[in-house]
Write a protein that binds this ligand. Sequence first.
Ligand SMILES: [Zn+2]
Ligand SMILES: [Zn+2]
Ligand SMILES: [Zn+2]
Length: 372
Amino acid sequence: MRSTVGLRELAGPGPGSLRLINDGGQTGISYEPYCYHCYRRESQLEDGAKLNACQYCFLTSFCPSCQQTHPSAECATLQDIAADDKIIVDLRRRTGKSSTISFTKFPRKQHFLLSSAKDWYDYYTRLSDMGGFRSKMNRDLKYLANDPKEREFVEYMRCGTNTTTIQLTLIAALEAAIPNVSTRGSINLHIIGAAGAEFASVPAFEELLHFLPSLTALRLSFVGLNVLEDLKHDTETQNPHTLQCCTTCTKMGRTISITTWRGPYHAYVDTEFYKTPDLAAAFHSGFSVDEQADWYPTIKYLAHAPHPTLLTAARYFEIQGHMGVWKNLGAEFVKNAELNKWKGMSPSLAVCGDKPNEVVYQNYWWYIVKQR
Ligand SMILES: [Zn+2]
Ligand SMILES: [Zn+2]
Ligand SMILES: [Zn+2]
């Protein structure tokens, strides 16, 4: 993922209103609000007039001359964004972390297809181990009972879908692209363009062990221009890191190894470290929007690579851009672009959205490019 994606992005609507700020290593967004209806900023209003914030979501502004409302469904979504932002701010203050991770605690003995789950609620309450919350939350993972500790737990679970969207989308892609995934002993995954969001989600890769009972060795390679600096020595030695797994997995001798390589993927494939993966994945690559020059040789390679490749994007216009590029390269698809059941459940406001209050979800769209 690009470095800005994966962080909570809070922005005013419309072009030109944004400024990237740096708050101690975290990229944040500040913005100059303007009227939802007439787009005027406060400085453009008649003498001394002020913008009023929507009294429900506080994220939409109105000038005194315009109507003081916006659509209620949109306002409700923005209230969710404000509530989830508060949860993340509280979390950061208490723990120093800015994301949560919630996945199946113990390895399953029996395999179930993730595609048999209808949504995140179904996954958590039926396939994972949150069955106890079945009547305490709704399908949107909103807590319905009264216990503050439980509420916090469910809120972290919902916000955590923005992290584990990576692992569940990968499992879904493995099911779609590899027919015998349920009986495989080892799986080799390449994460292309890996950046902050993918690294933050690393502990959740154990969900693949917990979800796929026959899997004993998961090999991950993170490749990209943003691969972390402090892992750089391993770029040279290619000594894999080993992820600390739960006691049960460790006793069973199951392992997750991680190698990193800094550089473009199309260069990585020519190194001695490269081994053909079962599946490669690029989350929110943004290759059709920005960084086109960096990505194009990699995309050209992936159009006819010896493995399937999962790609995701947040917005429809990006998907349209992706499809134009793949079409020119003659790529084919295992799965055509569609809405992703395993998108992150906690929305963000789009940065530089096309329209006011455009909301985006992590990995909202997904598709899989076919191997050659
Ligand atoms: Zn106005
Ligand atoms: Zn509102
Ligand atoms: Zn485990």
